[in-house]
Design a protein around this ligand. Sequence first.
Ligand SMILES: N[C@@H](CCC(=O)N[C@@H](CS)C(=O)NCC(=O)O)C(=O)O
Length: 213
Amino acid sequence: MKLYIAQATCSLAVQLVANELGLNPELIHYDVFDKTTSANDDFSKVNPLMYVPALVLDNEERTQLTETIIIASYLADLHLAAGLIPAHGTLERVKFDQLLTFVATEIAQKHIPLMRKLQTEFGTEWTRAKLVSAYAVLDERLADGRPYLTGDKFTVADAYVWATMWQERSGAQIGHLKNLMAYIDRINARPAAQKALKDEAEVVARHQELKAA
Ligand SMILES: N[C@@H](CCC(=O)N[C@@H](CS)C(=O)NCC(=O)O)C(=O)O
């Protein structure tokens, strides 16, 4: 499998899930600034919208998957016994997919226009408030002392939230959400999270070297 990633983006969620499952996708770095990849290929052929993450499977069709929650859920579904996601066809799964959609739409995608400074002053204020409220919902979930969003076990949802902590770049004040901050520290301490950051740094550095050569 080939996994297209970019630095400090939602692709870290898929890297973390893959690491938790002991998978080793080949990482390809997509440089969001100059649009090149470390495989020297045309990323628009993988995702016409030029968004990471994108996963290319090893099957005969070389199926290309996009959308963070779809890729992460697909990998977790293939290894259901690892417990990173509830089984399809259960109410637990429906509620889990609800949570993933919440993270995608109310958190990850709310950050993007803020980080890119695309909005009016009013829009910025509105979006930041929505973002802080969404993180506060997660903080409240964690208030009963559970270590992870759905309980005792780390899941795909935790990987996704961990990968979207871009509050400094988007100016969202969430430092007061103590349960959330302690939870992120807990995920930071996971070997799979540390490996994701290390692998990302290595593939970014390799790509820069290739460009400089
Ligand atoms: N709908 C996609 C959006 C993914 C997305 O927004 N990716 C960002 C990084 S988190 C990206 O690739 N941006 C490229 C760019 O800004 O040029 C998903 O949920 O996976």
